[in-house]
Design a protein around this ligand. Sequence first.
Ligand SMILES: C[S@@+](CC[C@H](N)C(=O)[O-])C[C@H]1O[C@@H](n2cnc3c(N)ncnc32)[C@H](O)[C@@H]1O
Length: 256
Amino acid sequence: MLLGEKEWDDAAQTWLDFVRKDKDYHRDGLNNPATFELIGNTRGQTVLDVACGEGYNTRILARQGAEAVGIDFSEKMIEFAKKEEEKKRLGIRYYVMDAADLKEFPDDHFDLATCFMSLQDIRNYRKAMSEVARILKNHGRFVFSIPHPCFESIIVRGKRTNVSERYFGEMEYLLPWDMERLAKPFETLTFHRTLTDYVDALYRSKLLVLRLVEPRPTREGLLKYPHLRRHVVTPQSIIIESVKCAIELLTPSRRN
Ligand SMILES: C[S@@+](CC[C@H](N)C(=O)[O-])C[C@H]1O[C@@H](n2cnc3c(N)ncnc32)[C@H](O)[C@@H]1O
C-alpha cells in the first residue's frame, strides 16, 4: 500500500457523502465553474482525470462529450466510481493506479489530463507530472487545481498555522477534515509546496504554463453558499493550465 492510500480508503464513504450530497461548496460555488471554463469544450477529446476520487468531475467531463478515463490509488474510491458508472453509463473507464506510474497508458495518447484538487496529496508529484507529460499528445493540455499555496493553512507540529509563517520548503502533514457538515471526521496525508515547486516540476516535464486562474465565487455560488464570501477577497485555490511542448524551446544555457 502506498503512503496516504489507507487514509483515502478509510475516508472514501464520508467523501462520497460530502461530494454527492451538495456539501462540497468550494467545488460547486468556486472551483468547478472556473476550472471548467478554463478547460473549455472537450467534446470528442480523450481525457485522463488523475486522482479522480469517486468520479464526480470525471462524470462532468464525460457528460460534456469527452472520452473520459479516471484513475485513483484508492481502491474504495474507484469502487464507488465504478458503481456509479454501472448505474448510469457514461462510458468512463476507471483504474486503480498511482498517479506517479500511469503504466496502463501509452505515450502521446490523451488530448487533456486533469487533476482536480489532488496534486497537493500526491507524494511524488514530480513523477506524476512527467507521467502526465508522457501520456499527453504533443500540444495536449494538463489542467490542475490545488489549494492556493500562498493562502492555505498548514499543520506545523500539530497546530493549524497560517502559511505566511512557514511558506518555504516542502512540508508533509496529516490534514484533519473536521467540518460539521462531514458525516464523520477523517485525516488525509497532504503536502505543502511552493508555487515555484509546482511550476518548476511542470517546466522539467516540458509542460509550459499557459494560464493561471485564482477563482472567485460566482454570483449564484455566493447566494447559495454565503460561507464563500471570504473568497471574494482571498483565493482558496489556484488553477494552472499547461501545454505539452515536445520541441526544445529552451536554450542550452538555461537548462540544468
Ligand atoms: C481531495 S481528493 C479529490 C478527488 C477528486 N479529484 C475530486 O475532485 O473529487 C484527492 C484524491 O487524490 C487521490 N490520490 C492521492 N494520492 C494519489 C496518488 N499517488 N495516485 C492516485 N491518486 C491519489 C486520493 O485517493 C483522493 O481520491
